[in-house]
Design a protein around this ligand. Structure first.
Ligand code: C2O
Ligand code: CU
Ligand code: CU
Length: 482
């Protein structure tokens, strides 16, 4: 049944149909047909949890809380609140952030603001260690585009463990220009933090990557959304905005909707795209975000539409060999929204004028057990060594070269946003969802990806693979902006 048949059957007149047809843009002319992939079974009957929202001047602590993740009952987890994960911090562009952070854990931690372009002293470099019972006052001004960012610990060797155990949250920047787009908001704007976990027999989180898993990435068998196992969300027949974060340590998702609808992608890492892009498949590597609109207006009341992972290949041997459901959208309400999808989003200027091309070659070192470990430019992370020196205010091209590799690496740079210039080898293309500002880019086996970046903050930052097993194993370099 197509949209107008649906509207007719719902008794809505020609006026509504005419209004609907005027909205037909590239993001709306999706079919409702399409084959559902061969998904794993499971009943999605847990109400999706949604993190609470806090503002720019709040207190935050890393602490142990209790959460029910599986049938075994409550288990201890880490979070920046009372359960898994942390609150969503929402700030306005231009606002001063003042967050008082306390470490209530029994080990060191810190916070990195992934996607925020802020001074080095506030960025959460691995050198920044906040001891148990210690605290730190994060103060910075947010002066960047509206977008979906996030925060998580960044201690070298502990990042994968602390993120997996629950330390992560969203950091959303809003602006006047974005508000003028009248995007779905309030209950129609829902964050979706997707993470895979390995659970033990009592339902607690286990983080015990083997040497092989450090190599290929640690893939948990249970997929949680906002910390909810087998979640459902009740939706009405209208547009929704979902801010999706792949907060997994290593798992790559190839997201699809089970009814064959498109995602209308309006933003990626920390900023909006120049214009909406219609995508049937949304590939998201660890650390990447996608800001999407989904139109449920053609869906029958009582239907369930699943957010699913579809099988994929070319991202390393361990990735993509299974299809599964992630979240069920249960259509339970009829609503006739008057949202009009804008044809353009926020102004976007292409960066140019690079003065230097800097290679970052992904290489291998052999360990004692003959398992290879990933390095950048033949080096393992050393916090005291400055690997690259960059001039403040300069524009450069960085080349992430995985032509010799057989694993995918989501490469991430602190302290800047970048634009993707080209991808050679492998997929040989820049995906529509990669057309705006990014801070993390998936570099598949055989690929060489060129990004252009402009450095606006002085100090010591890191560039690393956001596969957190790779990162903790040393796939990270320091660069200093002088
Ligand atoms: Cu989200 Cu350096 O990391
Ligand atoms: Cu980051
Ligand atoms: Cu990697």
């Amino acid at each position: 049944m197509n949209r107008s048949e649906f509207l007719k059957r719902m008794g809505l007149g020609t006026v509504a149909i005419a209004a609907g047809s005027s909205l037909l843009t590239s993001c709306m002319d999706h079919g409702m047909e399409g084959e559902a992939p061969n998904v794993l079974d499971g009943v999605f009957n847990n109400l999706l949890k949604v993190p609470q929202t806090i503002n720019a001047t709040s207190a935050l602590s890393a602490q142990v809380g209790m959460e029910t993740l599986a049938n075994g009952g409550e288990v201890p987890v880490l979070g920046y609140g009372f359960g898994l994960l942390g609150p969503t911090i929402r700030v306005q562009k231009g606002q001063n952030v003042n967050l008082n952070f306390t470490n209530k854990l029994s080990e060191h931690t810190n916070i990195h603001w992934h996607g925020l372009v802020i001074p080095a002293a506030m960025d959460g470099h691995p050198d920044h260690r906040i001891m148990p019972n210690g605290s730190f006052n994060f103060q910075f001004r947010v002066n960047q585009q509206a977008g979906t960012n996030w925060y998580h610990p960044h201690l070298h060797g502990l990042t994968g463990k602390q993120v997996t155990e629950g330390l992560a949250g969203l950091f959303i920047v809003e602006s006047e220009e974005e508000k003028a787009l009248n995007l779905p908001s309030g209950t129609y704007e829902v964050p979706l933090i997707i993470q895979d976990k390995r659970l033990n027999s009592s339902g607690g989180i286990t983080y015990n990557p083997t040497m092989g898993e450090v190599m290929t990435g640690f893939l948990g068998e249970t997929i949680l959304v906002n910390g909810t196992n087998k979640p459902f969300l009740e939706v009405s027949t209208r547009f929704y905005r979902f801010r999706i974060l792949n907060g997994s340590t290593a798992r790559i998702y190839n997201l699809v909707l089970s009814n064959g609808s498109d995602f209308c992608v309006i933003g990626s890492d920390g900023s909006m795209l120049p214009q909406p892009e219609s995508m049937k498949n949304l590939l998201l590597g660890p650390g990447e975000r996608a800001d999407v609109l989904v139109d449920f207006s053609g869906v029958k009341l009582g239907e369930m539409i699943y957010l699913e992972n579809e099988e994929f290949s070319g991202m390393g041997e361990a990735q993509g060999d299974q299809a599964y459901k992630i979240l069920s959208f249960n259509v339970t309400g009829i609503e006739n929204d008057d949202f009009i999808l804008p044809t353009t989003l926020l102004p976007f200027t292409k960066l140019s004028g690079s003065t230097k091309t800097r290679p970052f070659k992904i290489t291998m070192r052999m360990g004692h057990n003959s398992l290879g470990m990933h390095q950048i430019n033949g080096k393992v992370f050393d916090s005291d060594r400055i690997d690259e020196i960059v001039n403040l205010g300069s524009t450069e091209i960085w080349e992430f070269d995985n032509t010799a590799g057989d694993e995918a690496h989501p490469m991430h740079v602190h302290g800047v946003h970048f634009q993707i210039l080209s991808r050679k080898g492998g997929r040989n293309t820049i995906l529509p969802q990669e057309s705006g500002w990014k801070d993390t880019v998936l570099v598949a086996p055989k690929e060489k990806v060129l990004v252009i970046l402009k450095f606006e903050h002085k100090g010591k930052f890191v560039v690393h693979c956001h596969n957190l097993e790779h990162e903790d194993d040393g796939m990270m370099l320091n660069f200093e902006v002088i």
